[in-house]
Design a protein around this ligand. Structure first.
Ligand SMILES: Nc1nc2c(c(=O)[nH]1)N[C@@H](CN(C=O)c1ccc(C(=O)N[C@@H](CCC(=O)O)C(=O)O)cc1)CN2
Length: 368
């Protein structure tokens, strides 16, 4: 597998064509909270996400266990994102119940979906279902592809002003004619639960500063590593891809955990040679099966963020989802690996719930 493949990855990515709406209006759907379980306990689900120091960590700071020596004879760990997400959701449910009994209010998440991309529609459905599972109230504003940028900004502004909404997200990608930066920049910083506002991104990047929210997929990758006691300090992590949604924030967050980070992207020469040096590989390229077994060092930990639809006449919808990593090859080399589906995706949604919960806690605290 040579460097030429890296140059073509954006070109080979298959996209689902968005369909057009004929009229321009927004539909607002309000979902109720459902699940209310056990007594509340406040559990930190973040782990030591933001130790902002460059000297060795103080001993008082919770530290992940060091990576155990790799036993090459042992079967690799398949990191189960579904069950980790379930665990996180039950922690969040307990916190939501606690908020409800303390303040008489529950967190609210507003989702703005523009257009009719089938993948985006599915992700929004998963988010709303997850909100229902933990007792977070959800609101959905649906706008057609043909609507104007101003209409999307108006929708953001309405949710900014709504005190029952604590988190706002605009599902990406937006239709091409829209200025994504303008729309994301209109979200109130305190409600930016996707963490894509330029100030949150900048604060994640800058030493001595704390973002209010960290993008969900980046947090999910860190959760999967930390919950498997994978130590990051001084480890070589290679992040494949540099998007705002995954690659960039993940590389910044890994640095905050004192990993040595290399970023491989579409113009990187010989990406396989760099990736083969990595203790930890996080792939968010959006190219099915890009990372072959030969790209990996024996015993490395592989986190696959890709969810790429590939044709499969045998499956119900004519396609199935596959990751960026060639799983069958990688599983023979890695010490731990996430599957697709069932790896990073469900935890990404759990992190959205976690950010929404944090936003609500802050709003409730400052309102008393
Ligand atoms: N505003 C945002 N837009 C987008 C984000 C985001 O974090 N915020 N990320 C991606 C899409 N995404 C969430 O929006 C997302 C993608 C995949 C999954 C997921 O759970 N995948 C499942 C499989 C799904 C299936 O079977 O259909 C898995 O990996 O197991 C969740 C969220 C781009 N846009």
């Amino acid at each position: 597998m040579g460097g030429a493949m890296a140059f073509t990855w954006r070109l080979t990515k298959r996209r689902m064509a968005p369909a057009l709406f004929s009229r321009c209006h927004a539909t607002l759907i309000v979902g109720g909270s459902k699940t209310e379980k056990e007594a509340a306990t406040t559990t930190s689900i973040l782990g030591p996400d933001l130790p902002d120091i460059w000297s060795p960590l103080p001993t008082s700071l919770p530290r992940p266990m060091p990576m155990p020596p790799v036993n090459h004879a042992a079967p690799p760990t398949i990191i189960d994102g579904k069950s980790i997400a379930e665990e996180i959701r039950s922690e969040i449910s307990a916190d939501v119940l606690h908020l409800k009994s303390s303040y008489g209010k529950v967190p609210g998440l507003a989702v703005i979906l523009v257009g009719q991309r089938r993948d985006s529609q599915s992700y929004v459905r998963y988010k709303i279902k997850a909100c229902n599972q933990v007792g977070i109230r959800s609101l959905l504003a649906q706008l057609p592809d043909s609507c104007s940028e101003d209409e999307v900004v108006d929708s953001v502004t309405r949710f900014n002003q709504d005190p029952s909404v604590h988190g706002i997200l605009v599902q990406l990608p937006l239709p091409q004619h829209m200025d994504e930066e303008r729309i994301l920049g209109a979200i109130s910083l305190q409600k930016d639960v996707d963490g894509f506002h330029p100030l949150n991104v900048g604060n994640l990047a800058l030493r001595g500063r704390q973002p209010l929210f960290i993008p969900c997929a980046a947090k999910a990758c860190l959760q999967l590593l930390l919950r498997h006691q994978i130590d990051l300090m001084g480890k070589h992590a290679v992040v494949i891809g540099r998007s705002k949604v995954v690659g960039l924030p993940t590389s910044l967050l890994l640095q905050r955990h004192h990993a040595t980070v290399s970023i491989v992207h579409a113009f990187t020469h010989r990406p396989e040679e760099i990736t083969r040096e990595a203790d930890i590989v996080i792939s968010a390229a959006g190219v099915a099966n890009l990372v072959r077994g030969s790209w990996l060092k024996r015993g490395s930990v592989v986190i696959d963020v890709g969810t790429n639809p590939i044709e499969d006449p045998d499956s119900e919808h004519g396609y199935r989802l596959t990751g960026d990593v060639h799983f069958d090859e990688a599983v023979k080399v890695a010490s731990a690996i996430t599957p697709v589906p069932g790896g990073v995706g469900p935890v990404t949604i759990a992190m959205l719930l976690s950010n929404t919960l944090d936003a609500a806690k802050e709003a409730f605290r400052s309102s008393v």
